[in-house]
Design a protein around this ligand. Structure first.
Ligand code: URA
Length: 187
């Protein structure tokens, strides 16, 4: 399966009711050959309108952190656990996540990232550990298969609680350092 086939499958997916209520499925942003992949939780309103992940206020804040860490936003791959927007931006239900996970697994197989960064608690609980506690466990790297995986605060959480911003910058700088090492190994 290639990217376009997978994107098409997501657009026509009816495995959960969100497939009916969405305006657009939200598949990806950035480079399909990225070594660094970010995984958020689910599209919001602006993402639903445009079909592109992290274009709203949270996405703009994420872009600022990428810039602050010296990471080119075009070089990374960004997607979500859910491809369709939950109503009123509520948290994705476990059954919605279950229905959508195969699409994310397929994206990981196609992109083959060396580092995966979970954006927020929902993504970290799903991809790292169901007992993940974001305030305690953010910024810690784990080796999983062929890649490293870590989690940072969701940018929306930083908009609600600016006291988390220092930790976020520290974590993003650490991610940039790991990313730089991996890029060096590849050359
Ligand atoms: N929040 C997310 O988790 N993903 C998006 O694409 C936008 C906001």
């Amino acid at each position: 399966m290639d990217f376009e086939e997978l994107k098409g499958m997501c657009a026509s997916c009816r495995k959960c009711p969100l497939g009916q209520s969405k305006k657009n499925s939200v598949f990806e942003r950035g480079s399909r050959s990225a070594k660094l992949m970010f995984v958020g939780e689910a599209p919001g309103g602006q993402e639903d309108e445009t079909g592109i992940p992290f274009v709203g206020a949270a996405g703009q804040l994420l872009d600022k952190y990428l810039q602050a860490a010296g990471i080119d936003r075009e070089e990374v791959y960004i997607c979500n656990i859910l491809k369709c927007r939950p109503p009123q931006n509520r948290d994705p239900l476990p059954e919605e996540q279950d229905a959508c996970m195969d699409y994310l697994r397929a994206q990981v197989r196609l992109v083959k990232p060396k580092i995966i960064v979970c954006l927020g608690r929902i993504s970290a609980m799903r991809l790292i550990d169901p007992a993940f506690r974001i305030t305690r466990d953010h910024g810690v790297f784990h080796k999983k298969g062929h890649f490293l995986i870590t989690a940072v605060y969701h940018p929306s959480a930083l908009l609600r609680d600016p006291s988390k911003k220092e930790d976020m910058l520290r974590d993003m700088l650490k991610i940039a350092e790991e990313y730089r090492k991996i890029k060096e190994q590849a050359t």
